[in-house]
Write a protein that binds this ligand. Structure first.
Ligand code: UDP
Length: 479
């Protein structure tokens, strides 16, 4: 933790490994390029997961971690959605956060800045008590951020369920969007998760700034609009792409198996298939995907998790409880052994996506996964499942970075459609167009992070503000 002379930032990632990973990359950049010390303050409703520990343990010693005592969610029904659990965890951790800030203040090591993510705004109450400057790190893109900033207005003006809207909603700067593609918690306005989302979004205006993990080449129009000053909207800084640079929780054997297998495949030939840290498919969908991959005749590396009726069922624990291999169609592994590799639950994604044998990524469109693919120029097949993933998919298809796997009338992507879109991406004309776009985006992602690049300059600007606030806090602590 800070020694009182170096500028100090505290970061609260809300639960979920997908929230932690980009914030870890932000912390590393603040340390390496701006001389900050960083303290991660980790709330949870149970002891930290193996994945969290593995990510945090890999950090240099100037990045400290404090695990808050588990928040009590015993009164929360087991059916509560992830957004409700995440928000309640952060909110109910405020007393522990207050205590921590109290001791840091007594030791004259109070951070100048508190960075939270989408569901962490209630921690601003504690920040305000200690004159710590509140910031938001928005881990997804400017398109979804623009939508969220607009949500309170939609909430006031639309009386029905958003999914019942017959026309796409046009928000300046956003890709036109139908109600059924709104972020998951907006699909049922009576559900607590919607109330929590709205509550957090309404507090965005209390932040001194919002940092966004995106970059200008990816969504130039949206970025122009979201950065226009407006009352009740803090300054927005585009600082991405911040992407996963470690293998974290991957089992060393799986890591070796994946990379070794990839070493023996032809250049650009393999489709990587993964639904992030927690995504799961229904049993029917799992089977159709398996049969479609086999039917495509293309090479694939598929990370499987046991099927479930709830798409986010593994969100808090990526490991499957049952053996996921037992759900594969009979004879599948044998039939595809020349072309495919299947691994259970978790793979070293960052390394896989940099491998030259990878020719495409069938993804749930989690924003970290999307950016990891973009910085490596790997074209995408969009297969969104939950959270804001449908909106991410719309953006990625709109910019030409992804092909879309189309749902059948029964809500399932059939095996023929899987085979069509996989072949289309790996060898078709449409795949070539996406590959070309991805190459441009990859180059853009390098450009923005050069010394004089757009994202580098944005983070420089933020860091100067934070350092100025640190001097103020230090003076207050002295007096
Ligand atoms: N990840 C990984 N191995 C896996 C699955 C996921 O390393 O088998 C990492 C991936 O590289 C990414 C993060 O976990 O950094 C998942 O974040 P994303 O935003 O894509 O999706 P989420 O898991 O939050 O839905």
């Amino acid at each position: 933790m800070a020694d009182g002379n170096t500028p100090h930032v505290a970061i609260i990632p809300s639960p979920g490994i997908g929230h932690l990973i980009p914030l870890v990359e932000l912390a590393k950049r603040l340390l390496d390029n701006h001389g900050f010390t960083v303290t991660f303050i980790i709330p949870g409703d149970s002891p930290p997961s193996k994945a969290q520990r593995s990510v945090l343990n890999s950090l240099p010693s100037s990045i400290a971690s404090v695990f808050l005592p588990p928040a009590d969610l015993s009164d929360v029904p087991s059916t509560a959605r992830i957004e409700t659990r995440i928000s309640l965890t952060v909110t109910r951790s405020n007393p522990a956060l207050r205590e921590l800030f109290g001791s840091l203040s007594a030791e004259k090591r109070l951070p100048a800045v508190l960075v939270v993510d989408l569901f962490g705004t209630d921690a601003f109450d504690v920040a305000a008590e200690f004159h710590v400057s509140p910031y938001i790190f928005y881990a997804s893109n400017a398109n979804v951020l623009t939508f969220l900033l607009h949500l309170p207005k939609l909430d006031e003006t639309v009386s029905c369920e958003f999914r019942e809207l017959t026309e796409p909603v046009i928000i300046p700067g956003c890709v036109p969007i139908t109600g059924k593609d709104f972020v998951d918690p907006c699909q049922d306005r009576k559900d607590e998760s919607y109330k929590w989302l709205l509550h957090n979004v309404k507090r965005f205006k209390e932040a001194e700034g919002i940092l966004v993990n995106s970059f200008v080449d990816l969504e130039p129009n949206t970025i122009k609009i979201v950065q226009e000053p407006a009352p009740d909207k803090p300054p927005v800084y585009l600082i991405g792409p911040l992407v996963n640079s470690g293998s974290h929780d991957a089992d060393v054997n799986d890591e070796y198996k994946c990379l070794n297998w990839l070493d023996n495949q032809p250049f650009g030939s393999v489709l990587y298939v993964s639904f992030g840290s927690g995504g799961t498919l229904t049993f029917e969908q799992f089977i159709e995907l398996a049969l479609g991959l086999a039917e495509s005749g293309k090479r694939f590396l598929w990370v499987i998790r046991s099927p479930s009726g709830i798409a986010s069922s593994s969100y808090f624990n990526p490991q499957s409880r049952n053996d996921p291999f037992s759900f594969l169609p009979q004879g599948f592994l044998d039939r595809t052994k020349e072309k495919g590799l299947v691994v259970g639950s978790w793979a070293p994604q960052a390394q896989i996506l940099t491998h030259t044998s990878i020719g495409g990524f069938l993804t749930h469109c989690g924003w970290n996964s999307s950016l990891e693919s973009i910085v490596n120029g790997v074209p995408l097949i969009a297969w969104p499942l939950y959270a804001e993933q449908k909106m991410n998919a719309l953006l990625l298809v709109d910019v030409g970075a992804a092909l879309r796997a189309r749902l059948g009338e029964d809500g399932v992507v059939g095996r023929e459609e899987v085979a069509r879109v996989v072949k289309g991406l790996i060898e078709g004309e449409e795949g070539n167009a996406v590959r070309k776009k991805m190459k441009e985006l990859k180059e853009g992602s390098v450009r923005v992070l050069r010394d004089d690049g757009f994202s580098t300059k944005s983070l420089n600007e933020v860091s100067l503000k934070w350092k100025a606030h640190q001097r103020k806090i230090d003076q207050e602590q002295e007096s």
